[in-house]
Design a protein around this ligand. Sequence first.
Ligand code: URA
Length: 248
Amino acid sequence: MRLEKYISDSGIASRRAVKRAIHEGHVTVNGHQITIPGHPIDPETDDIEYQGNKVEPLTEFIYLMLNKPPGYLTTRHDERGRPIVMDLLTDLPQSIYPVGRLDFETEGLLLFTNDGNFAYKMMHPSHEIEKAYLVWVNGIPSKRALERLRNGIAISGGTTAPAKIKQLDAKTTSQLSTNRNVRNTAKIAKYRVIIHEGKKRQVRLMFKAVGYRVIRLKRVRVGSLRLGKLPQGQYRYLTPAEVEKLHT
Ligand code: URA
């Protein structure tokens, strides 16, 4: 690649300004001053300085969403070799990281990027980005319990902000026990819960605080972005329009 193209592609200055700077002796390649534009360089191995500052290639921002299956850690490395969400992302042009986290057993929409400003905005509580979850609960919480969750409840990370909670289903399931001809019944309720905070294990702890155990948890929306029909374990890049909408 030509020296002036590499420098101007990095976003420092226009091609013309870079050529002038080269003529004026403000550019070095591996410590040697280069004064003639057109000098060939290898972006992988050459060390290029423009007016005394190292030129870094412009990184393209990447945004994608994964439908995280349960049983994966939201981390970039795990010393104990457990399954991690990065195992599910292949053929990435650049290194990226998860935006926030979902618990090991939580499934659903998980964003990834290499854009620090975007990640900060999505995670910072002051931006109050809504997150919607489908929540399956062992038992059927009373109206009063749900009101306590809606109003905000004390959990280990502090008191939660008001939440939106809608009951989607409540049923009694009946199963034949494995070793005897005994029928076990279980009550399971399903809710849509919308919160805009990200306290650790927040949804699980909210239901625990009113005496119920979350048996399945799936995030289906972050801000304007919906998980849709993305199959479990698969990922896709966000469209520019989706990124733009999340930014605003
Ligand atoms: N709330 C939880 O309890 N767990 C998650 O992974 C996300 C929200």
